[in-house]
Each structure stands twice: as structure tokens, then as C-alpha cells.
Design a protein around this ligand. Structure first.
Ligand SMILES: C[S@@+](CC[C@H](N)C(=O)[O-])C[C@H]1O[C@@H](n2cnc3c(N)ncnc32)[C@H](O)[C@@H]1O
Length: 337
């Protein structure tokens, strides 16, 4: 019998912990919300529970019985290949993005099918083959499924994107959270806005006067516009499609975000010029070889500020994430006056 008990929501967490401790919580089935005029939680149990009526649960929802790729593939894959199976992946909306070692290329379809068994709510698996060029275009191969457009929820924001057309970096979560806490009443320029990675959380979580979000890649720009409406921040964000070297407005910003890596330093003069004469913050990103952290990015900002006749005060330097062997994606926050 699939035993269950019905518990008022307020009491549920305390009871769940008690059942977990005394071994009566059924770990195979999920707790379900039921509405019968009032809202209750149905807690699956393995035995009777004093003070509650136990009954047979209808439509039980089970946790996934597969814990790992190795579990699923162990009977159909050679031992030497098992250790090459991927151990990490990203889930973007309902799409799984996975890196596969070229040595087990011949198993890619099998791996993709196994991934869908592990994540039944996903419907497509794509292989990640890196990111290319100024548009930061992801190189991706569809392994199974055919739906590459999805909506990813992150930090209370919605991001619509096509995983084969635009990048979505999950590794920058800390940086995105940091940025989502600043900008109250400010005018902000996001020079490399992408689909709104920084712009949307700032607009949703703080109360900026205005954000000007500039994006060069037409596909990313279209998603940026969609994400502005999906998150209802049309009154705050103005999206511009084009090169920030031409479109960055001068002398209006309390804060400028330069969240691009590669040749970001070529754009420093435009970022600095955008900051109000009375002063503002610059958030500059670049990829830096380990031996030059944080000396090179700080020197670049200093030199660009000198040419523009401005002063700088570095307020914080951060490593955002490892970019490639010996190279880091770093961020430097600087007050410009
Ligand atoms: C790395 S993505 C955005 C990343 C995002 N800030 C994050 O950290 O996840 C950088 C974006 O800058 C855009 N971009 C590159 N050069 C540009 C330029 N000159 N003007 C405007 N956008 C540009 C690219 O198309 C890309 O969408």
C-alpha cells in the first residue's frame, strides 16, 4: 500500500522532519499539494503515524529512480568508457547542455537518451562545443529532441533564449546576484547586454531610474527585447541594437557595466565617457592571465581614464570564474570622477 497522510501546510515541515528522523518518510515519493477548499500537503509515509489517518495515495509522484549516468549506462558501456562519461552539465529551462569527451563521441546519442531518463521534465539535449567570436556564439550540436528555445528561471527573473543562438552563462551566478542588488534610482548603461543577464535582474530587483542596454548580435537583441516584456520592465529598460562604440551615450550614467570578455579594453574610453562628470561606477570585465591578475585590468582602466582626463579609485577586484587553463575572467569595480 502507498500510505500517505494529509497535513495542514503550517504543520507540514515540522512533521516532515520528525518523519524523516524516525524513518517513516517514504523517500521514493514526492510530497504533494492538495486543495480541498483548504490547502493541505500529502506526505508519503512507510507506516502509520499517530494522530493522523493513513490512507492509500492516488496518483503518487515518484522521485527519479536514476541517480547517475553511470547507473543508467553501466550495462551497455565498456568499463574503460564509463570513466569518460560526463559528470557535469547545465540545465537551461528544459534543455540539457552537456560536454562529451571526443573519445566517446560514438556514444553521444546513448548519453543523450540517458540524460532524458534522469531529467524527465527536459525534452532536448545539446552538446556544448565552446563559444566563438565577438557575438559569443555558442557552438552546439543537437543530440536528441528538437526544441532549442526555452525559458530559464534564475534569481526571480525569466530569460527566454535559443541555446543554439545565444550564450547563457550559468557560471556567473554570483556576479549576476551582486549586480542585482545595486542601482537604486540610478541611470545605468549596460554596454554588452546580451539577452539581459545583468540588465534584467537589476531592473527586477532594484529600482533604477533607467537602464540603457546595448547589444550587437541581432538574435540576442531580439531575446533581450522579449525578456524586457516577459519581466515587465519596459518602463525601466531601453534596448538598443548596435555597436556600443557608437551607441553608448556620453555623460549620463551613474553606473556602466562592461560585461564582455575578449577585447573589452578597446571599449573602455566609451564606458568612461558615459559616466557623469560628477562621478559614477564602472564595472569592467576581461580575461586575464593568472600572472597579470589584477594588475593588467587596473592598468588598462587607469590609462583609459588618464586619456579621458578622469580619475579612478578601484573599489573591488574579483575573480568571476576560470576561463581557460591559466586564464581568469575577472571583474574590477572602479569609481570614476
Ligand atoms: C558575454 S555576453 C554577455 C554576457 C553577460 N554580461 C554575462 O556575463 O553573462 C557579451 C555580449 O556582448 C555583445 N557584444 C560584443 N561586442 C559588442 C559591441 N561592440 N557592442 C555591443 N554588444 C556587443 C555580444 O554579442 C554578447 O551578447
Amino acid at each position: 500500500m502507498k500510505k500517505t497522510i494529509k497535513v495542514p501546510i503550517k504543520e507540514a515541515e515540522k512533521l516532515r522532519l520528525k518523519l524523516l528522523n524516525n524513518g517513516k518518510l517514504d523517500p521514493q515519493r514526492k510530497i504533494k499539494l492538495i486543495e480541498e477548499g483548504e490547502r493541505f500537503l500529502e506526505i508519503p509515509v512507510t507506516d502509520d503515524v499517530k494522530g493522523f489517518d493513513t490512507y492509500e495515495q492516488k496518483d503518487a509522484v515518484y522521485y527519479n529512480k536514476w541517480n547517475s549516468l553511470k547507473d543508467i549506462l553501466k550495462d551497455s558501456v565498456k568499463g574503460s568508457e564509463l570513466r569518460l562519461l560526463p559528470s557535469g552539465w547545465h540545465i537551461i529551462g528544459d534543455i540539457i547542455v552537456i560536454t562529451i569527451d571526443p573519445a566517446i563521441e560514438h556514444m553521444k546519442k546513448k548519453i543523450a537518451e540517458a540524460m532524458l531518463k534522469m531529467y524527465p521534465s527536459c525534452n532536448t539535449v545539446v552538446r556544448d562545443l565552446g563559444i566563438k567570436g565577438q557575438y559569443r556564439l555558442p557552438q552546439r550540436e543537437i543530440l536528441t529532441g528538437n526544441n532549442t528555445e526555452t525559458i530559464n528561471k534564475e534569481n526571480g527573473c525569466l530569460f527566454k533564449l535559443d541555446v543554439t543562438k545565444v550564450m547563457f552563462s550559468k557560471g556567473n551566478l554570483h556576479e549576476k546576484k551582486l549586480m542585482s542588488n545595486i542601482g537604486d534610482n540610478e541611470t545605468i548603461v549596460d554596454m554588452f547586454a546580451g539577452i539581459g543577464y545583468f540588465t534584467i535582474p537589476m531592473a527586477v530587483h532594484t529600482n533604477p531610474e533607467k537602464i540603457i542596454a546595448i547589444e550587437l548580435n541581432p538574435d540576442s537583441y531580439e531575446y533581450l527585447r522579449e525578456n524586457i516584456s516577459l519581466n515587465h520592465v519596459e518602463d525601466i529598460v531601453e534596448a538598443l541594437n548596435g555597436d556600443c562604440a557608437q551607441l553608448t551615450p556620453e555623460g549620463i550614467a551613474d553606473r556602466v557595466i562592461m560585461g564582455y570578455v575578449g577585447t573589452t579594453h578597446h571599449y573602455l574610453q566609451y564606458g568612461i565617457r558615459s559616466i557623469k562628470k560628477s562621478g559614477g561606477m564602472l564595472h569592467y570585465h576581461e580575461t586575464t592571465p593568472e600572472s597579470l591578475i589584477f594588475e593588467r585590468p587596473v592598468a588598462r582602466i587607469k590609462e583609459a581614464a588618464r586619456i579621458e582626463g578622469r580619475h579612478i579609485e578601484v573599489t573591488e577586484c574579483r575573480k568571476v570564474k576560470k576561463y581557460s587553463p591559466g586564464v581568469w575572467h575577472v571583474a574590477v569595480d572602479t569609481r570614476i570622477t
